[in-house]
Design a binder for this molecule. Sequence first.
Ligand code: PHE
Length: 368
Amino acid sequence: MTDITALKTKYTAQIEGAENLAALDDIRVAALGKKGEVSLQMRTLGKMSPEEKKIMGPALNGLKNELAALVEARKLALEAEALNTALASETLDMSLPVNTATGTLHPVMQVMEEMAVIFADMGFAVAEGPDIEDDFHNFTALNFPVGHPARDMHDTFFLKPSTTKDGEDKSSTENETGEKMVLRTHTSPVQIRTMMSQKPPIRIIVPGRTYRCDSDQTHTPMFHQVEGLVIDKTTNMSHLKGCLTDFISAFFETDVETRFRPHHFPFTEPSAEMDVRYERVGDEIRIGQGDGWMEILGCGMVHPNVLTNCGLDPNEYQGFAFGMGVDRLAMLKYGMPDLRDMFAGDSRWLSHYGFSPLLQANLATGLS
Ligand code: PHE
């Protein structure tokens, strides 16, 4: 017959003497675990006579509960002890000087933020789309017919099929419907995505990365655009002109004289390019007034074919769109000479032209 008292004395002493949580757990397993001493004793109950069982059953159960309670109490005590030790040793030295060498906000990010703030004041929401686009959204739906020369003017990066041992794997270069995949050449495909997924009135801007196979002092293979789209029933060309003239003056923080020159884009009709007045003072280009005109952005009234391609009735809806290069506008506003420096990742350039992340865009643009 088991000596319950002996077991109790043995384990009580061990539990109370446990020095840490791991040791306590070993003791718990040795006593109460599946193969622990108390558990093994409980298994012998089956072989006992009914009388013996009547006494030993409750006694063993009582021992089990008592030891479990002791383990729990010791565990709480050890945890509290560990916490107190940690609190005593982990101190925070508040007298250390603040590290002032923080990163800066890239000028492109700053300028996109400034643009979003100005357009938000005019009621525009921000929309986004994927950098890897299909031919349909990047070209076809935007009224670039298949084989049309305007497609070639975009210097498109097409995705190359990856080759496997069974030949070319087309899944990386075509979507489910067999459309060719490209790196989007402009942010205009997001016009299509927006018109196909939400009902007018629509008033969005689309900041994002775009790609064309081109590189020199004023072109990089990756660049940034901000697209704009307004669709409702009565929006017309004078709204387009007013919106963009107000925008460009707010952006350059001065009165900017603009002119709209006829142009061609497949997805707008009529189409225009907006020029701004500027003058050259020494090495510096000053936007606003002067005797020169500089092209700043492309725009136009959304082509009826584009509306139809998106399931909108051109007899009911109309609107305008525009697209501008963010990097070039950042260069003009903040006086950077070479576009390629923007993406060279030189930390000296970044700390010179970068912006404090704590400076809010609405402070930078003078709006509040
Ligand atoms: N997507 C055109 C470009 O990249 C710009 C544009 C957008 C023109 C919207 C008109 C309307 O050149």
